[in-house]
Design a binder for this molecule. Sequence first.
Ligand SMILES: [Zn+2]
Length: 235
Amino acid sequence: MSLSKTLYKLQLIDSELDLARKRIEIIDSILNDHKELDLALKTQEEHQKYLTEKQKDLKFAEHNVEDQNQKIAQNQKRLYGGAITNPKELEDLQLESTSLQKYLSALEDRQLEAMLDMEQTQETYNQSAAHAEEISHRKETESAVLQSEKEELVSRIEILGRDRDDYLADTPIPNLPTYEKIRKSSGGIAVTLMVGNSCSACGASIPSAIEQEARSPTKMSYCPACKRILHPKPR
Ligand SMILES: [Zn+2]
């Protein structure tokens, strides 16, 4: 096997390893990102608080109406019960009755307002609860899919790691340190295909002297622009 092919085979394993590890990083960051659900739950909690307040307001308004009705009933009992005959007293009771009725109507208006308020808040709460539920459900489904993709990647990495070890054990690679060094400085790609007379990593044209060298099985040549090791693509 030519020198460049030996390294190119290693590059293929390493590139797949890099890709798998990168994908796992992305998956982990998605799995650990709870911002969207946290925000939805917080909103739901706030709306729950408003709802509790509005329910309390409504109870209070209902209680006031009930109270007022009792007062009116007592007034009517005294007014028409026959026990009171004094005209002045009866006149006072009549005035009181009118004023009690007037205030009842104001209290009933408040009760209606409180009920509408409560209904609207209930609707808003229902919407926020449904939204949080929808996000939670979506996240669960998404997590399951990502989790199984991650498991597949982990086992693929194990296989590739073994392949790499076996390959290095079976194949003498004197240029391994150079390869590792270029990989570090060139974004993981140390060996690139030379397609025709151009570098497939950076697109530079390869001068014919270097192209010839790259095609020699015993020599190593480098792209003059990106400094990567060139491996001629089989024609
Ligand atoms: Zn290049």
